[in-house]
Design a binder for this molecule. Structure first.
Ligand SMILES: Nc1ncnc2c1ncn2[C@@H]1O[C@H](COP(=O)(O)OP(=O)(O)OP(=O)(O)O)[C@@H](O)[C@H]1O
Ligand SMILES: [Mg+2]
Length: 339
């Protein structure tokens, strides 16, 4: 039976990338899955270090030392690889001593966990939103009622006495109530469940750009709308608000002159909307924080714009990706599946 088993084929088709490294850390064997993982031709696959993210060079070298010098297994550890085409992927790597004649090699298993990591990130983001949502919805609800009463009494007072402070009191109360309503909308989106209607997103994007016209004297807005006729079934009010928030952020990110590009196209039954700006950009830590309610770097920002964007996209089973470089600009990719 064993004679008929094609072990090479079994190893080649394994879910993990499998490599053998010699004492000089050179790759002396690889399976087909490794080539797919590294996205490269066999002749380029010589040294694992070429594909290891620089953050992991040191730890990988220590782990291999343990394998070669102490004959110990380096258990599965999460690391990052950079493929030949410069994509960064999340992987789990395990290294085991492998004796061949009088030499010890390192047998390396590499499992692609990019999808798993993405799912975990989305889940934890949803969890974070859900718990912050519950707390803030509770507070917003409790504070809104007395404020509404104060507003009512202010209006009554205005009918009886004249005082110029009363106007200010009323307009400040309106601001506070609008903030609370926004908060309720993003933290308890199910409370205000909107029906899905057919929307032509390009038309809506055109109207939003038009609304910002007067603020655009030193900002060039370029639109590249493909598949203009595409009809998307979605919750119109919140989608328009989300794109409004994204374009507003892009405009606010530009100090002085700059350019904003808005793209729309459909690919594989998914509507893609890409909004990029040449503004101030964000650091990695900032990218991680955006979408958390109240996170804002602006003196008068509420920090709820992107929370609204995330909840809206989530309600449409879509995805948001952010690319941003400090000092260079930011790009928001919104993907909305056509259901
Ligand atoms: N296009 C962008 N470029 C650079 N930074 C951005 C961009 N979009 C968002 N940010 C950062 O994310 C933060 C949060 O954005 P968000 O829209 O949630 O709130 P805000 O814009 O600060 O306030 P509000 O939307 O209520 O006016 C911003 O304060 C800013 O630091
Ligand atoms: Mg904003």
């Amino acid at each position: 039976m064993t004679n008929h088993i094609d072990f090479q084929k079994i190893v080649d088709q394994a879910l993990s990338g499998i490599l053998l490294l010699d004492q000089n850390r050179k790759i002396v064997y690889y399976n087909q899955t490794s080539l797919q993982l590294f996205n490269c031709e066999p002749e380029k696959l010589k040294d694992l270090k070429d594909f290891l993210h620089p953050d992991y060079h040191e730890v990988c070298s220590q782990r291999l030392n343990r394998v070669f010098s102490f004959h110990e297994t380096a258990e599965a550890m999460e690391q990052k690889l950079v493929t030949y085409t410069k994509e960064i992927i999340d992987v789990e790597i395990k290294a085991i001593p492998y004796d061949l004649s009088d030499k010890t090699l390192a047998l390396i298993y590499i499992r692609d966990i990019t999808k798993q990591k993405l799912a975990e990130k989305l889940l934890s983001h949803n969890d974070k939103l859900a718990s912050i949502g519950q707390i803030s919805a509770g507070i917003a609800h409790e504070v809104r009622n007395p404020l509404t009463a104060v507003k009512g009494f202010t209006q009554l007072l205005k009918e009886q006495v004249e005082h110029n402070y009363l106007e200010t009191i009323e307009s400040e109360l309106d601001k506070a109530l609008s903030t609370l309503n926004n908060l309720l909308q993003v933290s308890k989106p199910d409370l205000i469940d909107e029906a899905r209607v057919p929307i032509r997103l390009c038309q809506e994007l055109d109207s939003i750009v038009f609304m910002f016209q007067e603020r655009l004297y030193n900002i060039e807005i370029h639109t590249d709308f493909k598949d203009r006729q595409q009809v998307f079934m979605g919750k119109k009010n919140i989608l328009v608000k989300a794109f409004f928030n994204l374009i507003k952020n892009a405009i606010e990110a530009i100090e002085g002159e700059g350019k904003i590009t808005i793209k729309h196209f459909v690919k594989d039954q998914v509507v893609h909307i890409v909004i990029s700006d040449t503004g101030v950009g964000m650091k990695k830590e900032e990218i991680r924080l955006v979408g958390t309610p109240f996170f804002s770097s602006k003196p008068d920002g509420t920090g709820m714009g992107l929370t609204q964007v995330f909840t809206t996209v989530q309600q449409h089973q879509g995805e948001v990706h952010i690319d941003s470089v400090k000092g260079k600009g930011t790009c928001f990719y919104i993907m909305l599946p056509i259901l």
